[in-house]
Design a protein around this ligand. Structure first.
Ligand code: PLP
Length: 437
């Protein structure tokens, strides 16, 4: 029996009310929109989700990393209600509004790069990545894009091309965009590479004088929570300077406090040119942005970037409160605390279960990699899925990651309490027990 206070499983999953909604989904929602949880949400608060049938779950997926300040954060909700009473939409480039500009200022102030900075807002992470590439191309007047192994950048044509994993993200969707070149990313648990290896790869793939931008995740997210060694990002900065291209960081998953600093790059001795943000910025309201050096951000001609809903006022109001909450509630320290506590639970589990090959992470971005054998490091893909499913059915939602799907990761809200973490870990441990028998 799992000792429970926050979670509750009182029906089969899906329960009858959820099952009825799933039946309608099967009939009317396009099949590729597969869903992970075997229940339909009714309401949520903090890190807890309740379904239509009264079951309660601890959500370690945090809306896939969008809910740093928690579900329905009080300040975010109050700002949204206030905004609804004012106006909903204009298109910023038609009739401008102050929250867009206020957010740009706040984001620039939180971006630890030297010199003048500017920001632009969009809707999704993929759009932020696409726009960072457009801005870099306009600035350099070059076309080639450098990306990395294990990268995930989104699902639009260019972002999908830049993404590494073929299935499911690219399967059947070619032809892809041109001028995208993939370099090795340091994956310390599996392969060790050097800066020279990366430069050699670059020089064999493309003439560096044609490279507009290198887009890199400072900590790899979907591709398996890979924290690079200290030399990596400074070395990429040196390559960018040597060959005259833009260094753009995709902080869609790692940014907005996730690693215990506002941006993950602050852990490393590096100054990027552009940074892509999304996910937790809008706290569930679609919002993304590119922030970076003013002279690069200003490079495209007037009206060349934007979009009807880009930086919608509701999203900007939410984001302003997200950033203020992170500052005023000391959530960077809290993200580190949450991550440390989860990591020590993972390390304890690793002493018990040989299938846990590696425990890694930074701040609240913590993961374990599962292998069938610690010597051969054969990815335990099926087992990882079974353990995640067992935990989910028992009340704790853990997303998986990695090119082989054998990484169990945490993208939890920073507002989760110690007691909630511990209960989630008891559920995870019970999942290991039940699957490994
Ligand atoms: C690093 C990174 N970049 C880009 C994206 C794409 O973001 P979106 O799904 O909002 O387009 C994601 C989404 O998971 C991501 O993790």
């Amino acid at each position: 029996m799992i000792e429970r206070k926050f979670t509750r499983i009182q029906t089969e999953l899906p329960g009858p009310k959820s099952a009825a909604v799933f039946a309608t989904k099967a009939e009317y929602v396009a099949a590729p929109l597969e869903t992970y949880a075997p229940f339909i949400i009714k309401q949520a608060q903090g890190a807890i989700i309740e379904d239509l049938d009264g079951n309660r779950f601890l959500d370690f997926s945090g809306g896939w990393g969008c809910l740093a300040v928690g579900q329905r954060n009080e300040r975010v909700v109050a700002a949204l209600k206030d905004q609804i009473d004012g106006y909903l939409h204009t298109d910023f480039t038609a009739v401008p509004y102050a929250p867009f500009i206020e957010l740009a200022k706040l984001l620039c102030e939180h971006t630890a790069i030297d010199g003048p900075r500017k920001a632009a807002f969009f809707n999704s992470g993929a759009e932020a990545v696409e726009n960072a590439v457009k801005i870099a191309r306009a600035y350099t007047k070059r076309k080639a894009i450098l990306v990395f192994e294990n990268a995930f950048h989104g699902r639009t044509l260019l972002a999908m091309t830049m993404t590494h994993k073929a299935k499911p993200y690219k399967y059947g969707f070619g032809p892809f965009a041109s001028d995208v070149y993939r370099l090795p990313y340091p994956y310390e648990y599996r392969n060790s590479i050097t800066a020279e290896d990366i430069e050699r790869s670059l020089l064999t793939l493309v003439d560096p004088s044609e490279v507009a931008v290198m887009v890199v995740e400072p900590v790899i997210g979907e591709g398996g929570f890979l924290v690079p060694p200290a030399w990596f990002l400074p070395a990429m900065r040196r390559l960018a300077d040597k060959y005259g291209f833009v260094l753009a960081l995709d902080e869609v998953q790692s940014g907005i406090g996730r690693t215990g600093k506002f941006f993950a790059f602050e852990h490393f001795d590096v100054q990027p040119d552009l940074i892509c943000v999304a996910k937790s910025l809008g706290s569930g309201i679609p919002l993304s942005g590119v922030v970076g050096k003013a002279k690069i951000m200003d490079a495209p001609i007037g009206s060349a970037i934007g979009g009807t809903y880009a930086g919608n006022p509701l999203a900007c109001r939410a984001a302003i409160e997200v950033i203020r909450t992170i500052d005023e509630d000391n959530l960077l320290a809290q993200a580190t605390h949450v991550g440390d506590r989860i990591k020590s639970h993972f390390q304890r589990l690793a002493t018990k279960y040989d299938v846990i090959g590696d425990v890694r992470g930074i701040g609240a971005m913590v993961a374990m990699e599962l292998v069938t054998d610690r010597q051969t490091k054969e990815p335990a893909t099926e087992l990882t899925g079974k353990i995640a499913t067992a935990a989910l059915r028992n009340g704790a939602i853990f997303p998986t990651a990695g090119l082989q799907g054998n990484v169990l990761r945490v993208l939890v809200s920073f507002v989760i309490t110690d007691e909630e973490i511990d209960e989630g870990m008891r559920i995870l441990e019970a999942a290991f027990e039940s699957v490994l028998g």
